[in-house]
Write a protein that binds this ligand. Structure first.
Ligand code: G3P
Ligand code: MG
Length: 248
């Protein structure tokens, strides 16, 4: 069987909800590190969510906060630091801040081992979308993926650069404008805070022909509720992949 086509939009209702480790298996490993990504897959996740930012000199790195203080032994703003400075930091348990290229190599190696991890690459910062597309092309990355962002202009410029890549529009709350926005950029899914996903919202989004993604579901009761929705979610994202994997 050929590898899944990463440029193929999901389209239609998925038959099975993807379980994605939020920043990897971030409850049990340093978030947004290769260790957390490996652990997520080991714990039964179908893939991972991770956050992409640009260093001062344009390297795409995987880190959530604007600053490095919470997750590393360094100080400063990611976008003001050159990659060499970021690469020297300890991101926990001896891990470093991975680059997107390193993450794609990990995912490619995982595919070679027989498992194709789904990558949800969250774009944080103007220009990260087009740059991510370049990195994917350079790596020849063959696996399934979706790019998401809270920042609409970032998704717009990503869509302009690639007419087919799967896009998810992130938001905390649900509001009806999101449906028109998602359609305007050809996003396949609204990617909402799990608390915003009520049966009424799920019905409205499904009627609009869009899928739904839920973040960040950690409580087993929430996970059960979300996995029982019909039509099923495209993906559920959580810090405890083992809970997502055992939730059905
Ligand atoms: O992509 C879903 C979730 O990660 C969004 O929020 O702040 O954890 O990146 P945040
Ligand atoms: Mg994120």
């Amino acid at each position: 069987m050929p590898p899944p086509d990463p440029r193929q939009p999901a389209g239609g209702a998925p038959s099975r909800t993807l379980r994605l480790g939020h920043r990897g298996a971030s409850a049990g490993a340093p978030e947004n590190t290769l260790l957390a990504f490996r652990r997520a897959i080991k714990l039964g996740a179908d893939g991972i969510e991770c956050d992409i930012q640009r260093s001062a000199d344009g390297e795409l790195v995987i880190i959530h906060d604007d600053g490095v203080e919470r997750t590393t032994d360094g100080t400063g703003i990611v976008g003001n630091l050159p990659y060499a400075a970021l690469a020297a930091l300890d991101a926990g348990q001896g891990e470093r801040i991975p680059t997107l290229a390193e993450t794609l190599r990990w995912a490619t190696d995982t595919i070679a081992g027989g498992v194709a991890p789904f990558l949800n690459l969250e774009l944080k910062g103007t220009g990260t979308g087009p740059d991510t597309l370049v990195a994917l092309g350079r790596a020849g990355y063959p696996g399934p993926l979706a790019l998401s962002s809270f920042d609409y202009p970032t998704l717009e410029e990503t869509r302009q650069a690639d007419g087919a890549v799967e896009l998810w529009l992130l938001s905390g709350p649900y509001h009806d404008d999101l449906i028109a926005q998602a359609r305007a950029i050809g996003a396949t899914c609204l990617d909402l805070n799990h608390r915003a996903i009520t049966p009424a919202v799920a019905a409205r989004v499904a009627a609009a022909g869009l899928g739904l993604v839920a973040w960040t579901a950690n409580d087993p009761a929430d996970i059960r509720r979300l996995l029982a929705l019909d039509p099923p979610l495209r993906a559920i994202i959580g810090d405890h992949p083992e809970r997502l994997a055992g939730g059905e």
